[in-house]
Design a protein around this ligand. Structure first.
Ligand code: M6R
Length: 590
């Protein structure tokens, strides 16, 4: 949710900032802007639109100067307008601020400041440059003014700030939002994500809450919020922007769907001892709670099923944004398993922090190395699926499932057997791509004018129905609902009428007979039935064939055609699947 970048060095800043923002656009893409310092003043360009549009319209790369900040926005406070785009400045235009997060007390601060300061935007952010303007008059340095300013802020923030009065430095600070600094030979960077850094960055350090960094051309120093100097450990970056390319695919989403099988194999590369320890802890814990949002939550639902089926261990799944409301039942006997591709989702972080405070143990399944969730967890398993850029999660879902299978197998002392099987499944996933591709594309075009879809399944595939529906909603903007097949008759059946697509995930397992009866009930009301199954049934209007396998593995096979259907539906409807409207990949606001 909003991407921030800052650079201070020997090279022209603007082209570096623009390049970095390209790799941060997954965090927000409704407006973009950069500011540099040259000729003793802040030079700033910003506008609404995707970065490419703003870059071209305003010739962003041409801004002079070797220091600057940049921003891609996902609007929270204030509409998508040029005035609301970042960077924001103070009345004197000496200070430029980029912000990710929400300032909760912005109304109070604004009403106090408005007597003396002219506000030009509707954002919560704009109070910050005006506060800085005031504090700079009584401070020895920009960093001192930043410390005084953040003491007045309530809410969450990652901030990168510069001032034409001290044109040699950037000051950055964060609370409940990520920031990472990067060193290169020709200058230093600060960003929301190390994915933004160029390959010349060889060392990075993650900032913790309430730390402040002062970044100059050849040095980065860190302070606590009471101004004490601290030393931080630098590590090598785990990946960088060079890795992030669409290769020959038209979209990241399609490329990432095609990487599903290798994601399964990537996730399997784990320290078996660690998995076994974690499995033992899970078995010992009195209460197991999964917490996650969106796609990661659907993966957790599969995990809940697997823990019960393979190890007889009951667990529950709580949506992270609702986690707080269950805090009374969390204590030191609770083990929380948090799932998050980004490891930065504010709702997940919030839930995990609360659980930790109450004495619970936190395990996490995360893709991004050293992300905030990974850093605060007692134990972490990494998905190892590489950068996922498409806003719709695809390959990371397969990786999450793989880790959950591994944990469940380890809980029943059958990890090696599980690994062998998962390897077979990954090969099946790969082979199955070519089989159904055309079919699914045709189906997407055939249903492109339909606006309501119902996804149904039973047992372990119920979560896949929900995830399939989420994918379609996100990228094609069609309304879709996923539900247990048996639940239809308790209400939703009233919505089924002639031609409404019902996507039934119904492999030939112990749930088939009953699912077929539920499909029958929709067909009797005119539904257009798409069956995802290893077995043809004349009840289907369209059959998407998947291979037969032992039933617990079906989720890894059934999810792929559903991801492809969503992708092709977006294309058929003329939408950009990589950057769906109103969404962002990393949701760092609550
Ligand atoms: O990074 P996370 O896994 O924590 O993200 C959680 C959700 O925001 C995410 O899964 C979202 O629902 C995706 N856009 C789904 O495709």
């Amino acid at each position: 949710m909003c991407g921030l970048i800052g650079y201070c060095g020997e090279e022209p800043a603007a082209p570096l900032l623009v390049k970095a923002l390209q790799h941060l656009e997954y965090r927000g893409y409704d407006s973009a802007g950069i500011a540099t310092i040259a000729d003793g003043r802040v030079q700033l360009k910003k506008d609404v639109g995707k970065l490419g549009e703003v870059r071209q319209k305003h010739q962003l790369d041409d801004l002079p100067g070797t220091i600057g900040v940049g921003h891609v926005r996902w609007a929270t406070h204030g509409g998508v307008t040029q005035a609301n785009a970042h960077p924001h400045t103070d009345c004197t235009k000496k200070v430029a601020v980029v912000h990710n997060g929400i300032i909760q007390n912005h109304r109070e601060l604004r009403s106090r400041l408005e007597a003396k300061h002219a506000f030009v935007s509707e954002t919560d952010t704009e109070v910050i440059p005006h506060l800085l303007e005031e504090h700079l008059t009584t401070s020895n340095s920009l960093e001192q003014a930043v410390l005084k300013t953040t003491r007045e802020l309530e809410g969450s923030y990652a901030l990168v700030i510069m001032s034409s009065q001290e044109p040699e430095k950037l000051v950055a600070t964060c609370k409940d939002n990520p920031l990472v600094v990067g060193k290169s030979r020709k200058g230093n960077f600060i960003a929301s994500d190390d994915l933004a850094f160029p390959e010349s960055v060889t060392q990075i350090a993650f900032m913790e809450d309430d730390e402040t960094a002062v970044v100059v051309k050849d040095n980065i120093s860190f302070f606590t919020n009471d101004g004490h100097r601290i030393e931080k450990k630098f590590i090598e970056p785990s990946w960088n922007s060079g890795e992030v390319s669409k290769q020959n695919y038209p979209h990241f989403m399609l490329k990432e769907i095609m990487e599903n099988s290798q994601s399964i194999r990537g996730a399997m590369v784990q320290d078996k001892k660690l998995i076994t320890h974690m499995a033992m802890d899970i078995l010992r814990a009195k209460q197991i709670i999964f917490t996650a949002c969106g796609t990661s939550r659907y993966a957790a639902l599969v995990g809940r099923y697997l823990f019960s089926k393979l190890a007889g261990k009951f667990s529950d799944v709580i949506i992270s944004s609702e986690f707080h409301y269950f805090s009374d039942s969390i204590d030191k006997n609770t083990l929380v398993i948090a799932l998050s591709q980004s490891g930065e989702t504010a709702d997940v972080m919030d839930g995990a922090k609360l659980a930790k405070k109450k004495g619970a143990k936190i395990f996490s399944l995360v893709n991004r190395n050293n992300s905030s969730l990974a850093r605060m967890s007692d134990r972490v398993l990494y998905l190892n699926c590489g950068a996922e850029i498409g806003v719709a999660a695809t390959k990371s879902f397969s990786s999450q499932l793989t880790l959950l299978y591994m944990l469940a197998f380890a809980m029943s002392n059958r990890l090696d057997e599980g690994l062998e099987k998962l390897n077979e499944v990954s090969i099946m996933v790969e082979k199955n791509f070519s089989k159904n591709g055309k079919n699914i594309e045709e189906l997407a075009w055939r249903t492109k004018d339909k606006n309501d879809f119902y996804y149904i399944a039973r047992g372990i595939n119920f979560a896949i129905a929900s995830e399939g529906a989420l994918k379609l909603k996100e990228v094609s903007y069609a309304h879709a609902e996923g539900m247990p097949a048996g639940e239809l008759k308790h209400g939703t059946l009233a919505l089924i009428e002639e031609g409404v697509p019902v996507i039934a995930i119904c492999p030939s397992d112990h749930t088939l007979k009953e699912t077929l009866s539920n499909i029958e009930e929709t067909r009797a009301r005119g539904a257009f039935i798409v069956g995802i199954s290893d077995q043809y049934n004349p009840i289907f209007h369209e059959w998407i064939e998947i291979p037969s396998i032992e039933y617990i593995y079906y989720p890894l096979l059934t999810i792929v055609p559903l991801q492809l259907l969503a992708y092709h539906s977006a294309i058929a409807r003329g939408k950009d699947p990589d950057k769906p409207r109103n969404l962002a990949k990393s949701v760092t606001v609550k």
